[in-house]
Design a protein around this ligand. Structure first.
Ligand code: G3P
Length: 251
């Protein structure tokens, strides 16, 4: 799946709903995902980490503290321990009892929809964990429905080897010639960065275009920012407010 081109609709940037519908429901929960799948977006973004007993779950932070009733590192807890926690009350009392979903539960909600998912592999992944994740997605025929992203070079290298047919996004905090060279070497579909980075070196974005490498910017929630991203020819915009962005685009 090519992100660049396929999703760039005549100057209209593609919308990525950040952590599900994170402005409406607690991020990365199934409720947030169900709401996000109803939105007019190109991708629903989520984050995946592995529990102490090896199960991929949806969770952004390395610790449980901010988004659940638990505390401590995600990787130090089993699935049973994590799923016993409340992952909704922090967002609002009406979401009390919301649980941290597994990747498998997320895929079960994704499958009946037509939306694509952008899945970030957070933290450190072992080769067998990456291989198992890719095999799981493949066995569910999600090659054209799921794109994979990471900030971590070893993870991106593993994905290049084990998931060459999946769209992959290299997230980066540096934007220089070395980052472009790395994106080319990793054979990714797009590079993802904060918009300020791309603004600083637009010529590097231009250098990537003929190579078929697109751009994803995060996390833009204001019209002025969406306008800038559209004018700069960005392919995908990650936002907490996809409904307003779609309205602004006149979809
Ligand atoms: O899609 C990239 C973006 O989601 C990265 O930001 O903070 O949600 O990991 P963060």
């Amino acid at each position: 799946m090519q992100l660049h081109g396929a999703l760039h609709r005549e100057g209209v940037v593609g919308i990525v709903s950040h952590r599900g519908a994170a402005a409406i429901a607690p991020e990365n929960t199934l409720t947030a995902m169900r709401v996000a799948f109803e939105q007019d977006v190109e991708f629903v973004e989520t984050d995946v980490q592995v529990t102490a007993d090896g199960v991929p779950i949806l969770m952004h932070d390395p610790t449980l503290d901010r988004t659940t009733s638990g505390s401590g590192p995600v990787a130090a807890h089993t699935l049973a321990e994590i799923q016993a926690l409340d992952a909704g009350s922090w967002f609002g009392p009406e979401f009390a009892g919301e649980r941290v979903p597994t990747l498998e539960e997320f895929v079960a909600v994704l499958e009946p929809t037509t939306t694509r998912a952008l899945v970030e592999l957070k933290g450190v992944w072992q080769p067998e964990q990456v291989a198992s994740l890719v095999e799981f997605l493949r066995s569910h025929y999600l090659v054209n429905r799921v794109a994979l992203q990471s900030f971590e070079l070893p993870t991106l290298e593993m994905l290049r080897e084990t998931a060459p047919e999946f769209a992959r996004v290299m997230l980066t905090r540096e934007w220089d010639q070395a980052a472009v060279d790395q994106a080319v070497a990793l054979q990714v579909s797009a590079v993802g960065a904060r918009t300020k980075l791309f603004d600083r070196r637009p010529e590097l974005v231009e250098q990537m275009r003929p190579l078929g490498i697109g751009t994803l910017v995060y996390t833009l929630n204001k019209e002025r920012r969406w306008q800038q991203a559209a004018e700069a020819g960005m392919d995908l915009v990650v936002t907490d407010d996809p409904v307003s962005l779609a309205d602004w685009q006149g979809r």
